[in-house]
Design a protein around this ligand. Structure first.
Ligand SMILES: Cc1ncc(C[n+]2csc(CCOP(=O)(O)OP(=O)(O)O)c2C)c(N)n1
Ligand code: SF4
Ligand SMILES: [Mg+2]
Length: 315
């Protein structure tokens, strides 16, 4: 954790939200992450989402595990409750806090190592139980803090910085979250604030288990040619379907429409036995004008009429 506090002064002309707070009221300490780390962009998006929603910081509890990603709660919402737990144990600490006080907004912040490797069981059970939370994984495909070993989300065939080929299959956290019944699921990219801010706002407003997998490049250990989590690779492959659809489905129906790409269809497969009723597909070209609709839609969804939100970043 860092102890570098930001100076208290702020420009008197900074925009204020409905509570009279400025962005500064949602910031934390100065980040000690590497310059250019994707995680810092996610921090900025969380700050923006909370500012836009006019959230009172004392109503938020930020819980994290261990990793560069899990350090980030120190860099936003400096006036909120926070607990930096043990590696992979964020979900159980969050669940416990949730049982003790159901009034707070729970923000779970984790990494791909924290949630897909050591904490995979914890991740799965918190989603399965439908814990009321916004669970964000800052996914860079490596253990950044311990210098770049492949994590369980690293794609098979991708290369490490030293050229080693990953021969293991990757865990797709979005597919798992869908299968386990999360009622709000999204994938995004740290470098796309227009998409990410409304997704985070939607997750915070959603009642139930909201999960966002954010591809967040590690500039120190996983930003080279051959990596599938580098800035270049994600930007080149962030070209999903070009429309937003909201489809209300009869119970237990799975939709495989012709305009979905093969990879997107794959994500819908695990839903066939679930009770998902609405599917929102938010595309790259349509997202800026349509993403604002997401918060509204998610607020209207309940346990019986689940909303599954897939915002494809096809990296
Ligand atoms: C029980 C335990 N095992 C191993 C570690 C060493 N360790 C610290 S962070 C980390 C991986 C973090 O990776 P990730 O969650 O992806 O976060 P990132 O640093 O990439 O953001 C590991 C293995 C630890 N702190 N505790
Ligand atoms: S090592 Fe990687 S994940 Fe950690 S702060 Fe640096 S760029 Fe970010
Ligand atoms: Mg990681």
């Amino acid at each position: 954790m860092t102890y570098i506090a930001k100076p208290k002064f702020q420009h008197p002309g900074l925009p204020k939200n409905d509570l009279g707070y400025t962005h500064r009221d949602y910031e934390g300490k100065v980040s000690t992450l590497c310059a250019g780390c994707g995680h810092d962009s996610i921090t900025a998006s969380i700050i923006e989402a909370c500012f836009q929603l006019s959230i009172e910081p004392h109503r938020v509890a930020k819980i994290s595990g261990i990793g560069c990603s899990s350090k980030t709660p120190d860099y936003f919402l400096g006036n909120s409750h926070g607990f930096n737990s043990v590696h992979g144990r964020m979900p159980s600490v969050l669940t416990g806090a949730n049982l003790a006080n159901r009034e707070l907004i729970y923000l779970g912040v984790s990494g791909d190592g924290d949630s897909a490797s050591i904490g995979f069981g914890q991740f799965a059970h918190s989603i399965r139980r439908g814990v009321n939370m916004a669970y964000i994984v800052e996914n860079n495909g490596v253990y950044g803090l311990t210098k770049g070993q492949f994590s369980a989300t690293a794609d098979r065939g991708s290369k490490s910085k030293k050229g080693v080929l990953n021969t293991d299959n990757a865990i797709d956290l979005v597919a798992i979250a869908l299968q386990l019944g999360a009622s709000y699921v999204a994938r995004s990219f740290s470098g796309d604030k227009n998409q990410l801010v409304p997704l985070i706002a939607g997750a915070i407003q959603h009642k139930g288990a909201a999960f966002i997998d954010v591809v967040s490049p590690c500039v120190a250990f996983n930003n080279h040619a051959g990596s599938t989590k580098s800035f270049d690779y994600v930007r080149e492959h962030n070209d999903a379907v070009n429309r937003l659809d909201v489809i209300t489905l009869p119970r237990s129906y799975c939709l495989l429409s012709s305009h979905f790409s093969g990879r997107l269809s794959r994500w819908f497969m695990p839903m066939s036995r679930s009770s998902i009723r609405k599917i929102v597909v938010c595309s790259r070209s349509a997202r800026s004008k349509h993403c604002a609709a997401i918060s509204k839609l998610s607020a209207g969804s309940s346990g019986n009429s689940r909303m599954c939100l897939v915002s494809p970043c096809e990296a």
